[in-house]
Design a protein around this ligand. Structure first.
Ligand code: ADP
Length: 180
């Protein structure tokens, strides 16, 4: 499924983000930038040592990547030139600023993308795995954040993909994009 906005085309694709042929993929990282499971493990194992070393260097330099922020590294052996690592919030029931932090992950990732002349970017469903964010709510935040940036005239990449691993996640994003 896809939707054209003034500045960008949003595409929903079911699949594995490590295979995405885009300028940058986004990693659902942790704030320590230490390898985890899920999509982080998949990206590090497909991208190789160059990504691990780049994350280690950022951790030594600035202590990591606080929740809601993003950093950029090489894509190593991936088809993508860059990986943008963002630390999503852990779901704690919804009253701990989770939606603002999740929106911030998308805004900061897109800002870093534009700063690095990224025209095409692929996101996974940030925070909805181990971090427990309800997927239906996370999909609304993700798509609404992009919609708001588009409407406010903030520059964003011309192609924004969501690469969603499983049926249930894909279906939540389809519903949220239809409702947008
Ligand atoms: P978080 O810790 O932010 O919750 P997870 O990696 O646990 O991150 O999960 C985020 C989402 O990424 C989940 O929907 C999970 O199914 C999905 N995922 C896992 N591996 C991949 C992959 N290779 N490509 C795309 N999505 C993936």
């Amino acid at each position: 499924m896809q939707k054209e906005l003034a500045q960008t085309t949003i595409e929903l694709i079911q699949g594995n983000i490590t295979k995405a042929e885009v300028d940058a993929i986004v990693n659902a990282a942790n704030k320590e930038l230490i390898g985890g499971g899920g999509v982080d493990g998949a990206i590090r194992s497909a991208g190789g040592e160059a990504i691990v070393q780049a994350c280690d260097a950022i951790r030594k330099r600035q202590g990591g990547c606080p929740t809601g922020t993003a950093v950029i590294t090489t894509g190593g052996n991936l088809p993508a030139k860059y990986v943008i690592h963002t630390a999503g919030p852990v779901w704690q029931g919804g009253n701990e600023g989770e939606s603002d932090l999740l929106a911030s992950c998308y805004r900061e990732s897109l800002q870093l993308a534009v700063e690095n002349e990224v025209n095409s970017i692929a996101f996974p469903s940030i925070s909805t795995g181990v971090y427990g964010y309800p997927t239906e709510k996370a999909a609304q935040v993700a798509l609404q954040t992009i919609h708001n940036l588009n409407d406010s005239g903030t520059k964003i990449p011309e192609n924004i993909q969501f690469i969603l691993f499983d049926d249930a996640t894909y279906n939540c994003y389809v519903k949220a994009l239809s409702d947008l």
